[in-house]
Unconditional design. Structure first.
Length: 422
């Protein structure tokens, strides 16, 4: 069996200097541990952001009435702004310039149309010709009535003469004094005269009806021609484009002496005494819009109120156009196409928890807020409801009296808590 060298070892006493060295090393180790702990504590403290309070906006949660509204832009437009068109093809001669003030009935433009002028002359000639025909027919009618009446009267005279001749021969014929043939001949002559008289009278009536019908036909033709003549004259008169109302010339669509087609736009007329506001409302508010909704209009020093009078049925570029009609008198100083801002009053919620609106909604997604507790801002989960231009409804997570950082939360770097310094 091989033995180790433990039997050869000799225990020696440590010198006093080396003991002091060990004590010093132990102290150094303790100092290192204490320094590491202090560094860890300092590192933990450095993870809590420190933000100057002057960079924050703090608002208090209150209970009151939330007026749900929307801020939109718009422009002033004329409620009545007709566009005037060319009544026929031709060359247009403008009588006004853009910006001119005109009165109702003033001639704004003249359209020269040779075709309509020729048509008017033809219709006028035909009308005068038919007038002469009707006058001639009236004369012929009177002549025809006179001829028919003359024949009837002549037949009546012949009947009366045959009646007298028969009455003279009748006693002698019945007594057999005159020949029977002469008596019967006189009787036949009377009957023939009576037949001619009746037929002449009936023919006179028929002739009167016939001439009346012919005259009526001519009169109808004359009336039809009068309508055609009036229509042609009216179209020629319409070549002078007149102002349908008092107003201001808005814009000229064509140049002076330009050739235009029928129904081509010529100019626009604006009535500046009846202005409205056309609002551009985001599509998100479409479900809440309704006719009669109140609106507050502002432009510089101009302040006015009105109500929605019309809403467009279509969405264009994520916006809906709506018209606002002013309450009472139109504000002075408004101009066509002037840009304005408007506040739509959509709804009111009484007794709601209300918090001032700020950037914290977008920064924290509307699901969290920093509540000020002492000198700390503590992140808290919340639930928001309806919003307005200046406030938001709080449904859960906050109570009346809580102080909330509504602006400047980006300085917290989404930390659970932060120090607020003066």
């Amino acid at each position: 069996m091989i033995r180790d060298t433990s039997a050869q070892d000799v225990a020696l006493a440590a010198p006093a200097g080396r003991r002091r060295l060990r004590i010093a090393m132990a102290g150094i180790a303790a100092a290192v541990v204490a320094g590491s702990a202090a560094a860890l504590i300092a590192n933990w403290s450095s993870q809590v952001p420190v933000v100057n309070g002057s960079r924050l906006r703090i608002a208090e949660v209150t209970r009151g009435t939330l007026v749900r509204d929307a801020s939109v832009n718009g422009r002033v437009v004329a409620a009545v702004s007709p566009t005037l068109y060319a009544p026929a093809a031709g060359a247009v001669a403008l009588k006004v310039k853009a910006g001119d003030t005109v009165k109702k009935g003033d001639v704004l433009a003249l359209v020269e149309s040779p075709d309509l002028a020729d048509t008017l002359k033809r219709e006028q000639s035909s009308f005068e010709e038919l007038q002469a025909e009707v006058a001639r027919q009236q004369i012929l009618s009177r002549k025809a009535r006179l001829a028919a009446r003359r024949d009837a009267d002549q037949a009546e005279i012949e009947r009366a003469a045959a009646q007298r001749a028969y009455e003279r021969i009748e006693p002698a014929g019945l007594a057999g004094v005159v020949p029977k043939n002469d008596f019967e001949k006189a009787r036949d002559t009377l009957k023939s005269a009576e037949i001619r008289s009746r037929h002449a009278a009936a023919a006179a009536l028929l002739e009167s009806d016939d001439v009346d019908l012919q005259l009526k036909t001519r009169m109808s033709q004359l009336q039809r021609q009068r309508l055609a003549f009036d229509f042609a004259r009216r179209r020629v008169e319409e070549l002078a484009v007149r102002a349908p109302m008092d107003g201001v010339i808005g814009s000229l669509v064509v140049a002076d002496r330009a050739a235009v087609a029928a129904n081509a736009p010529l100019l626009t007329l604006v009535d500046l005494t009846r202005l409205e506001v056309e609002l551009e409302i985001p599509e998100a508010y479409v479900a809440d819009l309704g006719l009669g909704m109140r609106a507050e209009i502002a432009s510089g020093e101009i302040r006015a109120t009105g109500r929605l009078s019309a809403i467009s049925p279509e969405v264009v570029r994520n916006q809906v156009l709506a018209r606002v009609r002013f309450d009472g008198a139109q504000p002075a100083g408004l101009r066509q196409s002037q840009r304005v801002s408007a506040r739509l009053l959509i709804d009111e919620k009484p007794g709601a928890l209300v918090l001032a609106r700020g950037t914290f909604i977008e920064a924290l997604g509307g699901h969290h807020a920093y509540v000020v507790e002492g000198g700390m801002a503590v992140r808290r989960a919340i639930k928001l409801g309806a919003t307005s231009v200046s406030a938001v409804e709080v449904l859960d997570g906050l109570k009346a009296g809580d102080r909330v950082v509504v602006s400047g939360t980006e300085s917290f770097d989404n930390a659970p808590r932060a120090h607020i310094t003066d």
